[in-house]
Design a protein around this ligand. Structure first.
Ligand code: MG
Length: 460
């Protein structure tokens, strides 16, 4: 990582104790004991020898931060975080207080914990749109998550946001996804309806807060509040009221930090564009159909005019990369102009805004939605995709029914969890343990497990 994030010297003042050993969110007065410092390379603002470059940081135009939206300006390899970005210094901390990492920022540690988790590795074999035995080149949840992270990081750097936090949120955003994409999520939600429902966003949070078992001193990954806030993109009001401070924003209609907002939009940008690519590769979408989609058509025409003899594979890829660039530029410039208008002084100012500051322009949003609608009609409802999702749905429904009706069919560890959960929370507890087991499965594991349970000829 060549880029180093520097904390600002102005903007939100650092609160609390200058002792760097504690980071926790449970300070009784609601303040955070974490001191002001972000990167190892930068002395804390009150330390001697502070870099004079910090004095440039005020709420001034982009150039004051060493970055410019001018496409001809060179991009520096180090930049100063904007005051409204997420800073270690103003983090609301972790659920369980931990000493500060000596060689990383708090958000780098979040990202690293996510990458080392089991749930992250399982994304390799979880579906995006195409079940991965259909072909090796299609996106899976892990390549999708990496593409989201890449797009989100580009925007974060351009907007002087915390790149590490943005990356962490992007990498974690689908950790709670069931096997078989949305078909799997809908099927599990259907099964769980009498027992509190199933939302994959909430499950992602459950994975990082409870289900990962990696650390001696706490359950889950013990991520920062800002990262958890970003992972929980949506949440029903009923569930929000059970989530304490993390649920508050859904009840009070507040926003998450800008890093979370950017990661959320990068998710849309990533899947819209890669689904065009995968759809064409699968032969389910044809280029001539895409001529009605403005985002595609505009870039396609430019590429064809400039490179009339280009072969189809390069033509498609050149068009899609330009589409991503176009919409990402729209996101960055629109968001910057919203920031300039609102003049937030801190991440809390960002949270108090009536709407998210990260947004596409009106035209960008309209064209982006047009592409989404196209994909919904032509790709997600293509008979081959529907056959696949129908099979997948059946597999999940049958797995749930079998395990829920007889927890003796569960592997010992999960059976124990189900028994303990049922003792304290009745059938809701049992159902949740079964849902956790199923949601954690990869596509191929679910298929194998289904066979083991229902095919008498299969080994158990
Ligand atoms: Mg996603």
């Amino acid at each position: 990582m060549s880029k180093r994030l520097r904390p600002p010297s102005s903007g939100a003042p650092a609160r609390g104790d200058p002792d760097r050993s504690q980071l926790g969110r449970h300070a009784p007065d609601g303040t955070n004991p974490e001191p002001a410092a972000s990167g190892l390379d930068v002395p804390a603002p009150d330390a001697p020898g502070r870099s004079p470059v910090d004095s440039r940081v005020t709420l001034e135009p982009a150039a004051a931060f060493g970055l410019s939206l001018d496409p001809n300006a060179p991009v520096p390899d180090t930049y100063v975080l904007a005051p409204y970005a997420a800073h270690d210094a103003t983090s609301r901390g972790r659920r369980y207080a931990e000493p500060r990492p000596p060689f990383r920022t708090e958000y780098q540690r979040d990202r690293d914990r996510i990458i080392h988790s089991n749930a992250f590795r399982r994304l390799i074999y979880k579906t995006q749109v195409f079940v991965n035995h259909e072909g090796d080149l299609y996106r899976t949840r892990i390549t999708h998550s990496l593409e989201v992270a890449q797009i989100a990081r580009s925007a974060a750097v351009a907007l002087r946001l915390n790149e590490y936090l943005t990356e962490a949120i992007a990498l974690a955003h689908d950790l709670g996804h069931t096997p078989f994409g949305h078909a799997g999520q809908d099927a599990l939600n259907e099964c769980m309806r009498p027992y509190g429902g199933f939302e994959h966003n909430l499950q992602s949070l459950r994975v990082v807060d409870e289900l990962e078992e990696r650390y001696a001193e706490f359950p889950g990954l013990n991520l920062t509040f800002e990262c958890r806030e970003g992972i929980l993109k949506h949440c029903s009001v009923r569930n929000a009221s059970d989530l304490g401070e993390l649920g508050e924003r859904f009840l009070q209609r507040r926003q998450p930090g800008l890093e979370a907002q950017i990661a959320n939009l990068a998710d849309e940008i990533a899947y819209n564009n890669h689904d065009v690519d995968d759809g064409i590769r699968a032969g389910m979408i044809e280029i001539r159909e895409l001529m009605d989609v403005r985002l595609f058509r505009r870039q396609y025409d430019i590429v064809v005019a400039k490179y009339p003899d280009l072969g189809e594979r390069r033509l498609v890829h050149e068009t899609i990369r330009r589409m991503i660039n176009y919409i990402l530029t729209d996101l960055i410039t629109t968001t910057q102009s919203n920031i300039d208008g609102a003049q937030p002084q801190s991440i809390d100012d960002v949270r108090l805004q009536p709407k998210p500051l990260a947004a596409l322009s009106e035209t960008g949003r309209e064209e982006h939605t047009e592409l989404m609608m196209f994909l919904r009609d032509r790709l997600y409802r293509h008979y081959k995709v529907v056959r696949m999702t129908t099979k997948a749905r059946r597999v999940l429904l049958e797995l749930f029914e079998a395990f829920f009706n007889d927890t003796n069919l569960l592997p010992t560890e999960y059976r124990t969890l189900a028994t303990v959960a049922e003792k304290s929370r009745g059938l809701n507890g049992r159902a949740r343990a079964v849902a956790d087991y199923i949601a954690g499965m990869t596509d191929r594991f679910a298929i194998i497990e289904h066979r083991r349970l229902l095919d008498p000829a299969e080994r158990t």
